[in-house]
Design a binder for this molecule. Sequence first.
Ligand SMILES: [Ca+2]
Length: 222
Amino acid sequence: MKKCILSGLMIFCVLMLSVTITQAVPVKESTFTTGDEGWSTWSTGVVTGFSQNSTGGNPGGYISATDSSDSTWFFMSPLSWGGDWTPYIGGTIEFDIKTIQNDASQNYMSSIVTVVLDLGDPGDGMFIGWFSDINPPIGTWTTYNVEISESNFQVIGSPLPFNEAIQQVKMIGFLGDYLHGQTDTSCLDNVRVSPVPEPAAMLLLGSGLVGLFGLSRKFKKG
Ligand SMILES: [Ca+2]
């Protein structure tokens, strides 16, 4: 009986610790459930209709805006997302994009900057960028998962190397413009920045297993 309880306890502990390891808790998150959470847009031209919508997201609320000019535009986080992003190196940026095309066929764009970690004001050309060939399909939510690493991002317009530039992030932005010269709407949901899983959790798992093994032996002896 004791053995049975102990086995159950061990499985439970391993499961709990596995969850801790594989699901790093996001340090920054916007799901737009009840509002725009301080997000906005930046554009080289004019973007209209920026709003939070309470249904139709992935799931629930989301934000959207419409570009009816030939501008390039981004969804921009509030300034509270800025700071020293060094602790997030090795972690991930996740976000969901949906494009709603109002006319013509989607333009294919290759190697376009899709995620910007702005180092100054939006549009001043100083940023850390993730360039993508991924064009989200029209009308469905597409989830992006981007690792925050030096090999994945390029520092643009700043002489600083990646490890120093990432200490000065002002805000994060996501490309909204996937169609040039046409009226198009883009939607954003589920923005999450997660650090790399804590080594402490791994250590905890190791010491936990050793501890349980010891306990198991003690029970067997008894
Ligand atoms: Ca949502």
